[in-house]
Write a protein that binds this ligand. Sequence first.
Ligand code: NDP
Ligand code: GDR
Length: 347
Amino acid sequence: MQKIALITGVTGQDGSYLAELLLSKGYQVHGIVRRASLFNTDRIDHLHVGEAPNPSFHLHYGDLSDAGALRNVLDDVQPDEVYNLGAQSHVRVSFDQPEYTVDVVGVGVIRLLEAIRSYMKHSGKKIRFYQAGSSEMFGSAKPRQHEGTRFEPRSPYACAKVYAHYQVINHRESYGLFACNGILFNHESPRRGETFVTRKITRAATRIKVGLQDKLFLGNLDAKRDWGFAGDYVEAMWRMLQQDQPDDYVVATGESISIRDFLGLTFGRLDLDWQKHVEIDPRYFRPAEVDHLEGDPGKSRKFLGWEPKTDIRTLAAMMVDSDLRLAQKELVLRDAGHAEAPRAGYR
Ligand code: NDP
Ligand code: GDR
């Protein structure tokens, strides 16, 4: 029997890699897309449009703020596995939009869990559930953080993820739902949103290299993060739902570097000196900062047999090389007299 998966946040970085992974394993994959005034499916268009759309890939309109729509999609899709990746996922933005962030990231999870509970009760079918938890939940807790480390969240986003984490455990313990929290440390890729710091840096460095811009404005360069490759991390999500028992797992590389070091790696690959191009803009500082996240992936390694395959140097090179191709295309367009694509992400 072909397994059926439902992914919220399918249009995001992780959603696109997870959809590809599940399709490669023979799943029928359904994704929830929210309505937008512009196209928001760039990362998954290769799966559902063009000459050879994948017949096992389907999209549905829905939103984590709309309980009725979630319940209806469950009825239509009848999934075996649900992966909840949808979120207002930008930490800095969560300070500007705290109530909205908590509604989608926190309350959205209880809407989805209750929709699943109602669906299982009426259909008699069992669903396995994955929740995209975050290392941000650890906040100011000292590294290396592991599954037993106390949460000390430092943003509305992180507080909402902590709330969601415990709602998932509560559904597991109260109703016997097969539900797992993945506590994932930062993971990046050429598909990373352009307002997150790694991609912001690789986009700017490569555009500086080809002469399309000269300056890059950043906030705190001293924060340290444990950065892995998103393509590796979606494999861990899937493995969690294939175990005999549901549990919670940290997914990380176990190594961390600062933003400053990441600048050195990326600009260095392009033979550029980042100090000549980077300026500090206090707009990018956060009301409360998370200084140092470095995860202990021991439990994932032991019980999921999961290992990160991509180290930070390889990841930085992958992102720089991909963005250099993009910058070169933009240069050709500009030289051909076409307007230069605007590169002014607000955050
Ligand atoms: P992205 O920001 O790239 O994608 C977020 C996805 O959520 C998008 O598809 C977005 O849709 C969708 N979304 C936003 N608001 C809603 C809503 N109200 N209802 C339904 N869907 C919504 O995030 P990532 O792919 O990087 O992350 C995936 C998940 O993992 C998120 O929950 C994030 O918080 C969490 N996480 C991410 C980590 C990382 O380092 N990447 C680390 C730890 C956790 P649209 O495309 O229309 O904006
Ligand atoms: P993070 O990622 O907050 O860890 O959340 P982000 O890339 O936004 O910030 C990482 C660190 O870089 C510092 N920084 C800047 N950040 C941004 N975005 N823009 C800047 O100009 C800038 N300058 C310095 C930040 O202060 C911070 O210390 C990501 C998201 O994917 C979350 O959804 C996820 O849960 C966590 O990773 C784990």
